[in-house]
Design a protein around this ligand. Structure first.
Ligand code: HEM
Length: 496
């Protein structure tokens, strides 16, 4: 069969190709809210007319039904989906000097409404470029990132204590809802990199404002889908999703501003006392480089937000899969111990000698890419992708989850097989699994995220055998803008 042909024709299909044809609005995706107890907030199914997508089937079903390119509407937004590595590569190779993810964003609408600044996630053009160049120096250069290992290791030490405390509270070493613990770890980790000071997320009693910040992120992501699915005029008729969305952002900005103001005040007092300033944290670099305070606020808010779910999801799925594959867990622990040679705390440079560790993270992000679909808008010209003309300013959805679970790219695609990354025989397309994105606008936190996950996994495996909870059913991923576990992940941490 031709790879570019749909596997199966559907008589009741709601989405057909031919961008620019009069029936461009004929595809309607419905969004139905569901309550989901663990976070006490609303989660979403995305359904196509006729049959529901599985919760984890982020565009797998679209790919199966319609082939590698199809168009659909999400509320008022028309988007062309691209679900083939070669075609994703074609789109990304077309992006210009200042790539744009999406022009139609409720995140941007909030900033306009409240007069807040834009951070790296939301800024465009020259504004984006200047902050990206600055942060890139401190977040992507290997030497600059290595310098954070002491800071991050201190946070990992607290995580290990917390896991010990929690596992000792159960006779079987059970720690329920590990993602919640790793949300706090993620927030503490990114805060320490941003402020070079600790904010108490891993203390025995977690500060109320920390929990509220994490809850705000959760709810904001859910509301993002709802607000995007509703045309703006509907916000007046059904104000709740939009109001809730704005309140979440208000709190997130307030939280970040409080910490930034505190930190800058500390610096002012030091200067007044004639002490030398030698900060090694991102807020300091931003403020010293003359970035306006409004932009420091928005960038720090967005970096805090970006560092929480991403780390939590990756660590949770890593331990989930390692608990179900004890042979991989043992091999990884052996690798860590071999490199550590009796030392107890790994450093950034140790990771270079841990190929299996890197393969485990790649495999986890292939199976569970925390951003399952990304987007691009090409603003200056029409482009041709897979033989279809896509007019300028069209929102193009890049279906990464669909390509990274595609059996044409990865044999046994739903299985956890880290070793596939250690041999060259797999032969998948380089754009089949790109969990951090590719190119100028790719993830600026990638190196920090990798280091944080490596340091945490190495120490956890040195301290614990990680096993599934008794009688635990498999956990599937689902989408809430980001990919998250559909239910709590509970694991047993047995001290070694
Ligand atoms: C496993 C962890 C992570 C994954 C899988 C991930 C993935 C991504 C992806 C897919 C993008 C969009 C790239 C594109 O549009 O091409 C992105 C952007 C971004 N990420 Fe991450 N991320 C992770 C961790 C982090 C962390 C820890 C931070 C903060 C320190 C961070 C900060 C950002 C920022 C600021 C952007 C926007 C970059 C820009 O537009 O210039 N990410 N990330």
């Amino acid at each position: 069969m031709n790879q570019n042909q749909p596997e199966q024709e559907e008589t009741n299909r709601t989405c057909v190709l031919q961008v620019g044809s009069p029936d461009i609005q004929n595809a309607l995706f419905l969004v139905r809210p569901l309550t989901f107890p663990p976070h006490n907030s609303i989660f979403l199914y995305i359904e196509s007319k006729g049959s529901s997508l599985t919760r984890s089937g982020v565009f797998l079903e679209g790919r199966r039904r319609y082939g590698p390119v199809w168009k659909a509407s999400f509320g008022p937004i028309l988007t062309v989906h691209v679900a083939e590595p070669e075609l994703i590569e074609q789109v990304l190779r077309e992006e210009g000097q200042h790539p744009m993810r999406s022009d139609l964003s409720s995140w941007k609408d909030y900033r306009k409404l409240r007069g807040e600044g834009y951070g790296l996630l939301t800024a465009e053009g020259e504004e984006w470029q200047s902050v990206r160049s600055l942060l890139g120096k401190h977040m992507l250069r290997p030497k600059a990132v290595e310098a954070y290992d002491g800071t991050l290791n201190a946070v990992v030490t607290d995580l290990i204590h917390k896991l010990k405390l929690r596992s000792q509270q159960s006779s079987s070493g059970l720690v329920t809802d590990i993602s919640a613990e790793f949300y706090r770890f993620g927030l503490e980790g990114i805060s320490s990199v941003l402020f070079e000071s600790r904010i108490g997320c891993l203390d025995p009693v977690v500060p109320v404002e920390t929990e509220r910040f994490i809850q705000s992120i959760n709810t904001m992501f859910v509301m993002t889908l709802l607000t995007m699915a509703m045309p703006q005029w509907l916000h007046r008729l059904l104000p709740r999703p939009w109001d809730t969305f704005c309140r979440c952002w208000d709190y997130m900005f307030q939280f970040a501003k409080g910490h930034i103001d505190q930190r800058l005040e500390d610096e002012r007092q030091k200067t007044a006392r004639g002490e030398r300033l030698e900060g090694r944290y991102l807020t300091y670099f931003l403020s010293q480089a003359g970035v306006p305070l409004k932009s420091v606020y928005s960038n720090v808010t967005e970096l805090l937000l970006a560092g929480v779910d991403t780390i939590s999801s990756t660590l949770s799925w890593s331990l989930y899969e390692l608990s179900r594959h004890p042979e991989v867990q043992t091999a990884l622990r052996d690798e860590v111990r071999h490199v550590m040679k009796g030392r107890s705390v790994p450093e950034a440079r140790d990771v270079a000698a841990m190929p299996l560790m890197k393969a485990v993270m790649k495999e986890i992000l292939r199976l569970y890419p925390v951003i399952p679909a990304n987007a691009r808008v090409i603003t200056d010209r029409d482009i041709t992708v897979g033989g279809y003309l896509i007019p300028r300013n069209t929102l193009i959805t890049l279906c990464h989850y669909a390509t990274s679970r595609d059996p044409r790219q990865f044999c046994d695609p739903d299985a956890f097989v880290p070793r596939r990354w250690l041999s060259r025989s797999e032969g998948s397309h380089p754009f089949a699994s790109v969990p951090f994105g590719v190119g100028k606008r790719s993830c600026v936190g990638r190196r920090i995220a990798e280091l944080e996950v490596y340091l945490a996994l190495a120490r956890i495996l040195m301290h614990f055998n990680v096993e599934p909870a008794e009688d635990s059913d498999p956990v599937q991923p689902m989408t809430r803008t980001l990919l998250v576990p559909e239910k709590q992940i509970n694991l047993r941490f047995i001290e070694r």
